[in-house]
Design a protein around this ligand. Structure first.
Ligand code: SAM
Ligand code: SF4
Length: 328
């Protein structure tokens, strides 16, 4: 029987961010400035069979949306098989992918064919030189070509994630709005978040999302009314623009009251909050199909200890070393 996942504060969790690897080929300065480093002796990533058991449990728990993330999820050789398996579950209506856009042009059709219906591509600058300065990778033009192809396919959402970075892209608002004027893209500005490894970068480049949001409101953009069960993003629209602009601003007041998501790491650990202090291993319950009831009971039990709010305002950002380790 289908259940639903709720916590003591009345929030329902129908959305899972599932990391399938912490490896990445980009070196974004705020995330992995020195590139991916393999930690000797570290546990292996979940195998495909373990992921399938996890998805079966989540399907029974009322989950309707799974986002595949990483590291760079598309680097995993069985990435399309994972997407196909999620898409095969009748209750999981949204199969989302967050990618850095690597080889997007060559692969976009295969993502769509595997059943992915929401696509998020991370692009912090529309200028190739700035893009390369942030990611330490070339290839923005290929990502643009891949995006143009994505817009021709019937994805239900094509979104761009842009981390707001002082001195890098915070003066480029007009370029971003012009770019979405005739493109049905949701541009998501994400406030730079603190992790253990990015103290100096954070201090140099953090911008409050409200600064940018206020500029848009002055230019005639308006805040879209919140849909029921929508997550913490605030969305703005403008009658002259085909695209929309959203904000993920975790440092803003009340961000947590609309929380609808849980995170699972590539090693099968449940993280109740992105800024939490603990991972809870689900892996022991992913070894046999018969363990599904135990898996479900464990997740229900853990929801009872989910906190009402993060403690970012007190400078406590939790155990995340960098976002590649949890999937953002
Ligand atoms: N590699 C994929 C990508 O970049 O889209 C997926 C994983 S990445 C960790 C997911 C999202 O987290 C990206 O949009 C990235 O820009 C964002 N991100 C990474 N580190 C962040 C930070 N410190 N603060 C805010 N967003 C961050
Ligand atoms: Fe890789 Fe994504 Fe982190 Fe950039 S943000 S280093 S693409 S995991």
């Amino acid at each position: 029987m289908r259940q639903s996942l709720t916590d003591p504060y009345g929030r329902t969790f129908s959305y899972i961010r599932l990391s399938i690897t912490d490896r990445c080929n980009f070196k974004c300065h705020y995330c992995l400035p020195n590139g991916y480093q393999c930690t000797p002796g570290q546990e292996k990533h979940l195998e495909l069979e373990e992921i399938k058991r996890l998805i079966n449990g989540l399907d029974d728990l009322g989950v309707t949306k799974i986002r595949i993330t990483g590291g760079e999820p598309t680097l995993r050789p069985d990435f399309l098989k994972i997407a196909e398996y999620i898409a095969s579950k009748p209750h999981i209506k949204t199969v989302a992918l967050t990618t850095n856009g690597f080889r997007l042009k060559q692969r976009i059709q295969s993502y769509y064919d595997a059943g992915i219906n929401h696509l998020n591509v991370s692009i912090d600058s529309l200028d190739p030189a700035t893009f390369t300065a942030v990611t330490q990778m070339r290839g923005l033009e290929g990502i643009f070509e891949g995006l143009a192809m994505a817009l021709e396919l019937p994805f239900s959402h094509v979104k761009i994630n842009t981390v707001l970075l002082r001195g890098i892209n915070d003066q480029s608002l007009n370029e971003f709005t012009e770019w979405i004027k005739h493109r049905p893209i949701s541009l998501r500005f994400i406030e730079l978040m603190r992790a253990a490894d990015n103290k100096e970068y954070f201090e140099a480049h953090h911008v409050h999302a409200s600064n940018v949001k206020n500029q848009l409101l002055e230019q005639g953009w308006s805040i879209k009314p919140r849909e029921k069960n929508a997550g913490p993003a605030v969305e703005l629209t403008h009658p002259s623009y085909e695209g929309r602009i959203g904000f993920i601003a975790p440092y803003s007041k009340d961000f947590c009251s609309t929380c609808n998501r849980l995170r699972i790491t590539s090693r099968g650990e449940l993280r109740l909050c992105l800024f939490g202090n603990e991972n809870h291993s689900l892996r022991p319950h992913l070894q046999k199909d018969e363990d599904k009831d135990q898996l479900i009971a464990k997740i229900h039990k853990l929801l009872n200890i989910k906190e009402r709010s993060h403690h970012l305002q007190e400078g406590k950002y939790g155990i995340t070393k960098h976002f590649a380790s949890i999937g953002g």
